[in-house]
Design a protein around this ligand. Structure first.
Ligand SMILES: [Ca+2]
Ligand SMILES: [Ca+2]
Length: 153
């Protein structure tokens, strides 16, 4: 194993940043970091690994589309990896008691191209992946969305 990488160490600067931006305290941040580095020794969670890990949390056949939307939501800067900072910030949002934080997260997930607007096709895209994960057959999935939503556009 190469002993390279300052990313294995959590810098004081990073801790300060996360203390300010999340609800976690120093202890919790360190614990999460330890666990993160154990799984991702180079300090980045790859898409492949994320998909694998998440399939344990969200088992089922048709979770792939949903998982990839989730990955995009975590990967805030879109570089194809989840850094510890991205990981903890998103985790903080998902477990936040504040409804506006949850909404922000949901918005990020629905806004597939990240342009700041949720288009009808993005909405149907995400709902479709959720329905598919829940095992709702395709012909049923299409039905309710064609009704009320098509009138909006
Ligand atoms: Ca990233
Ligand atoms: Ca959009």
């Amino acid at each position: 194993m190469g002993a390279s990488g300052s990313k294995r160490e959590l810098s004081e600067e990073e801790i300060e940043f996360l203390l300010k931006q999340t609800k976690y305290d120093r202890e919790a941040i360190k614990k999460w970091h330890e666990a993160f580095i154990k799984d991702c020794p180079d300090g980045r969670l790859t898409r492949k690994k994320f998909m694998k890990v998440y399939s344990m949390f969200c088992p089922g056949k048709n979770t792939e589309a949903f998982r990839s939307h989730l990955f995009r939501t975590f990967d805030a800067n879109g570089d194809g990896h989840i850094s510890f900072r991205e990981f903890l910030l998103t985790l903080d949002m998902t477990s936040s008691a504040k409804p506006e934080e949850k909404l922000k997260l949901a918005f990020k997930m629905y806004d597939v191209d990240g342009n700041g607007y949720i288009e009808i096709h993005e909405m149907t895209h995400i709902l479709d992946s959720i329905y598919s994960m829940m095992g709702v057959p395709a012909w049923v999935r299409g039905a309710p969305l064609c009704g009320p939503l098509s009138r909006v556009s």
